[in-house]
Design a protein around this ligand. Structure first.
Ligand code: ADP
Ligand code: MG
Length: 684
């Protein structure tokens, strides 16, 4: 059997030089080579009558050379061969640059198949440098679907195609099947050899679809098995055992009763932490569902057990806010709370770090600064990361690595469609908070255009006179940022509002400000002194001001749906009826459709599903922000059905054979292990 890990330079016909060029494309082994899937395909399988070809279309025509090809030497280094070719429907002018031999290869009166890009020039059709072959000998360059690969300098498509062909010839016959036969059969998937042959050199489009389905499934299935196995392994990792000191004492100290969903999440997490194994739990809940309280309860529990917790927030503003909230909730129990953020002075940080090392805190709250190299913890037993989607899995694990296998709680409002949450958080247990605190009202949402400005200002005045506060979000910070469309800038808009409402306190906050100034402004907002806060999306995540009852989003068409939903979550957090006004003069159909979804529903999951549908998966998964390995073929956003199927099959299989030790799972096991080793970074 040929060894798929074999270096490509030893493959017949490849050799040193081509191997080096292929290495640049990330292709090192025979396996890499046959898994170097085409970026797209060129359809050279169907021949079109000339008269039906379109301007700019890449197409095959079957045509007779109508006059004797003429060779003209324009100057040294520039030869041109020109002639006209015809079929029953029409004619085309064909030109070859610097291919003088075409003059003799192409015979007047003979019929050839040409493949190239049609251009309309002065009312006539033209082809430049088309590929060609004799009509009766068709099949080498035309008459089929041709793969197009991602390429780099020094490698033509032709060379790449040849290299892949050689690779396939070397291993196709004995290609091991990663998928267990039962799975392949029950999911009606093509065989390996068929799939690899047809993904590169499809016989036709049906074959291509079958091949693609099989390869995508395989990829997702291996991923699902890898995640499932990691979870299995971690379940068995021993962790610090927490005693249950009666969480009711904590609940009773609150000014409100926890919701059923909050109690449930805390209960599940306490069971994890009391089990003797490490906890890896995701708490997922829509904005405003009260995730912070869940964390607070667990921190309380750890402190009662004499252990320390760390709470990591993605922004300074949020860290400050959590510091304030948690100090209020936990301070009364004598829990000692520290704060560590990048904005603090070196000296301040040093003091906190020393206290940390000496075990003087029960809880430390901070930003990324929490996992810098020089931070040492004593007795760290619980790591909470808020708004988990803002961190890479790597960052999360840097903090986890600080303690002795601490319990991990991640909290996220990222409205990921349910189907995808499964695979993205496949290595975590999930608690879903599906209940909002009582008395919450739906945030009424409207879309308006500029003509409503005066009425909008009247509405601001009315709410502020009732004692409420108002958020205004702008898509950019200052005026000079270059743009083709006129967008509201936070600074300018704040100045306008200050002029419109001279009796009100209008503040502006954005990411470019010094942390100190941001803190001061947020403090005045929380204290209720600021009436109108104009901001950029810095307030998107987590900011909690229950007295805010109106959020106005300028140039709303500039924001993604999920982002709008997050922003809207800044209001409607107290007992006051709240509103979200989306201001947009944009009348594109798509942006209208998006904004109308916002007006129709307050359900973050529904919104994210729509968002995914409208935007496509690119934005969702573009930045690898979920810490998943890159897929070669599968599109985690688009291949959702296959993903679910793969996930189900993987779960079934792991139940039967958790260690993948059965002989029929040998190939699968090595594929899973390969995926894990190749992606240690993203898997942590
Ligand atoms: P998120 O899930 O978006 O992080 P927060 O934890 O910030 O939500 O909570 C939102 C608001 O709801 C806060 O003002 C918090 O004090 C309040 N809250 C949380 N739980 C309850 C509850 N059970 N009853 C009433 N208010 C609650
Ligand atoms: Mg929050």
């Amino acid at each position: 059997m040929s060894d798929l890990s074999k270096d490509i330079r030893y493959i017949k016909g490849i050799g040193e030089k081509k191997a080096l060029a292929l290495n640049k494309l990330g292709v090192f082994s025979l396996r890499d080579l046959v898994s170097f899937f085409p970026r797209k395909y060129e359809d050279r399988s169907t021949v079109k009558p000339i008269a039906l070809t379109l301007d700019g279309e890449s197409v095959c025509i079957e045509a007779m050379v109508a006059d004797t090809p003429r060779l003209t030497r324009i100057r040294r280094g520039l030869d041109i061969v020109k002639f006209r070719a015809v079929d029953d429907s029409g004619a085309v002018d064909i030109t070859y640059f610097n291919q003088p031999y075409t003059k003799d290869n192409l015979q007047r009166g003979e019929t050839y198949v040409f493949f190239g890009r049609i251009e309309f020039k002065a009312g006539r059709r033209a082809l430049t440098n088309p590929l060609y072959e004799k009509a009766e000998a068709q099949g080498a360059v035309t008459g089929r679907i041709v793969p197009v690969y991602r390429s780099s300098a020094g490698l033509s498509q032709k060379l790449l195609q040849q290299a892949v062909r050689q690779g396939l010839d070397e291993c196709l016959e004995q290609m091991p099947d990663v998928l267990p036969r039962s799975v392949r059969e029950s999911c009606q998937l093509a065989q390996t050899a068929y799939a690899y042959e047809n993904i590169h050199f499809p016989a036709d489009f049906d074959a291509l679809a079958l091949a693609r389905r099989r390869i995508v499934f395989e990829e997702l299935f291996v991923l699902a098995c890898a995640l499932g196995r990691m979870r299995g392994e971690r379940i068995n990792e021993s962790g610090i055992r927490m005693q249950d000191h009666g969480i009711d004492e904590f609940w009773r100290s609150l000014p409100f009763a926890p919701t059923g969903a909050q109690r449930r999440a805390v209960q599940q997490a306490m069971e994890d932490m009391g089990s003797g194994f490490v906890m890896n739990r995701l708490v997922q809940g829509d904005v405003g569902s009260g995730k912070t309280l869940v964390a607070a309860a667990l921190i309380w529990c750890c402190a009662r057990n004499g252990y320390m917790s760390a709470f990591m927030a993605p922004t300074e503003i949020l860290a400050e806010q959590h510091f304030a909230t948690l100090s209020q909730m936990l301070g009364t129990f004598g829990i000692r709370i520290g704060k560590l953020t990048g904005a603090m002075s070196v000296k301040e940080k040093r003091v906190v770090k020393e206290a940390l090392k000496a075990g003087e805190y029960d809880l430390i709250i901070g930003t990324h600064a929490l996992f810098s190299n020089d931070v040492e913890y004593s007795n760290l037993a619980l790591v909470v990361t808020d708004e988990q989607h803002r961190f890479g899995v790597g960052q999360r694990s840097a903090l986890i690595g600080k303690g002795q296998k601490p319990h991990v709680l991640v909290m996220s409002a990222t409205p990921i469609p349910r189907t995808l949450a499964l695979i993205i958080y496949g290595d975590l247990d999930v608690s879903i908070i599906d209940e909002l605190p009582p008395g919450r009202q739906k945030v009424d949402t409207f879309t308006v255009d500029e003509s409503y400005r005066a009425r909008l200002n009247g509405f601001i005045r009315k709410l502020v006179s009732e004692g409420r506060q108002v958020f205004v979000v702008c898509p950019k910070v200052e005026e000079n940022e270059d743009d083709t469309v006129k967008l509201k800038s936070a600074q300018e808009h704040a100045a306008e509002l200050a002029a419109t409402f001279p009796d009100m306190k209008v503040e502006c906050i954005h990411g470019k400000m010094a942390a100190k100034n941001k803190d001061a402004i947020m403090a005045s907002v929380v204290a209720g002194e600021t009436n109108i806060l104009v901001a950029t999306t810095v307030i998107e995540v987590g900011v909690d001001v229950p007295n805010a009852a109106l959020i106005i989003i300028e140039n709303a068409e500039r924001f993604g749906l999920s982002q709008l939903h997050q922003l809207r979550g800044r209001v409607g957090r107290g007992q006051h009826k709240s509103y979200c006004i989306l201001v947009s003069d944009h009348d594109g159909e798509e942006s209208r459709a998006r904004l109308s979804i916002m007006c129709k529903t307050n359900d973050g999951f529904k919104i994210s599903e729509e968002d995914l549908r409208l935007r496509g998966p690119g934005d969702f998964f573009g930045s690898r922000q979920h810490g998943l390995p890159e897929m070669h073929m599968a599109d985690l956003g688009a291949d959702v059905q296959l993903l679910q199927r793969a996930q189900d099959e993987a779960a079934k299989l792991l139940l039967k054979d958790p260690g993948l030790n059965l002989p029929e799972h040998k190939e699968l096991k090595s594929a899973v292990e390969r995926l894990i080793t190749e992606n240690t970074d993203s898997f942590n």
